[in-house]
Design a protein around this ligand. Structure first.
Ligand code: MN3
Length: 237
C-alpha cells in the first residue's frame, strides 16, 4: 500500500542512483520517522516529470503505457530472472555489461539493458527542452560542426535503425558521435559514454505518430532534448 508520503519520497531518489540501479535504497516512512529500507530487487524509477508534461510531442497516454507497462515489465522480468542468482547483488550497470558477454544470459541482458535504456531515455527528455550549455556546445561544434549537423545525423540514425532500437549521442574519448543500437543493445557494451538517447521502438511513438518515426524523432530533437543531462554525462570519466 502506497501513501502520498512514500510516493513523494520515492520521487526524491536521485537521477544518478536511479541510473546506477542502486536505488534499492528508498526512504520509507515509519511510525518512528524516516528510515532507509531495502526494496526487493531493482525499482521502477519514477518519471522525472508528470505524464502529461511532454505533450503535445509525446502524449500522456504513450507515457502511461511506455513507462507504466513496458518499462515496468522489463523491471519485473529482470527481478524474476536474477532472483537467487549471483546477479542479484549487482548494480544495474554491472548486470548489463556482464550479461552482454554471455549468450546464455540473453534474457537477463535484454531486460536489464531495457531497464537502463528507458531510465536514461526519460532523463534525456525535459518538458520544453533546453539550450545546449556552452561547455557542451564547444564539443558539438568540434565534433559535428554545429547543432544542426548533429540533429541531422541523430535524426538519420533514428529513422534508419531497422526494426526496434535506439539512437544515441555518445562520447568516445573527447569527441561526440552518433550511433544506433538494435533491440536492447546499448553503447555501454562498447565502453562508450552515452549522453542522450531516443527510443525508436514502435511503442515509443505509434500511438502519437503511427508509422511516422522520422517526425517523432524530429519533434523530440526540436522540443524535448535535455542538454543539461547530456552535459552531466559529458563530464563523466
Ligand atoms: Mn521503449
Amino acid at each position: 500500500m502506497k501513501n502520498r508520503c512514500t510516493e513523494i519520497l520515492a520521487g526524491m531518489i536521485t537521477r544518478r542512483q536511479a541510473l546506477l540501479g542502486t536505488a534499492g535504497v528508498l526512504l520509507a516512512a515509519s511510525g518512528a520517522g524516516l528510515r532507509p529500507a531495502r526494496a526487493a530487487g531493482h525499482p521502477l524509477p519514477p518519471l522525472p516529470y508528470p505524464k502529461d508534461a511532454l505533450e503535445p510531442v509525446i502524449s500522456a497516454r504513450t507515457l502511461e503505457f511506455h513507462h507504466g507497462k513496458h518499462h515496468q515489465g522489463y523491471v519485473n522480468n529482470l527481478n524474476n530472472l536474477i532472483a537467487k542468482t549471483p546477479m542479484e547483488g549487482l548494480s544495474l550497470e554491472q548486470i548489463v555489461t556482464r550479461s552482454a558477454k554471455d549468450p546464455a544470459q540473453a534474457g537477463i541482458f535484454n531486460n536489464a539493458a531495457q531497464v537502463w535504456n528507458h531510465t536514461f531515455f526519460w532523463n534525456s527528455l525535459k518538458p520544453g527542452g533546453c539550450a545546449v550549455p556552452a561547455e557542451l556546445a564547444d564539443a558539438v561544434n568540434r565534433s559535428f560542426g554545429g547543432l544542426d549537423a548533429l540533429k541531422k545525423e541523430l535524426g538519420q540514425a533514428a529513422a534508419s535503425q531497422f526494426g526496434s532500437g535506439w539512437a544515441w549521442l555518445v562520447k568516445e574519448g573527447g569527441r561526440l558521435k552518433v550511433t544506433k543500437t538494435a533491440n536492447a543493445h546499448t553503447p555501454l557494451e562498447e565502453g562508450l559514454t552515452p549522453l542522450l538517447t531516443i527510443d525508436v521502438w514502435e511503442h515509443a511513438y505509434y500511438l502519437d505518430y503511427q508509422n511516422r518515426r522520422a517526425d517523432y524523432a524530429a519533434a523530440v530533437m526540436d522540443k524535448l532534448l535535455n542538454w543539461e543531462f547530456a552535459l552531466e554525462n559529458f563530464r563523466r570519466k
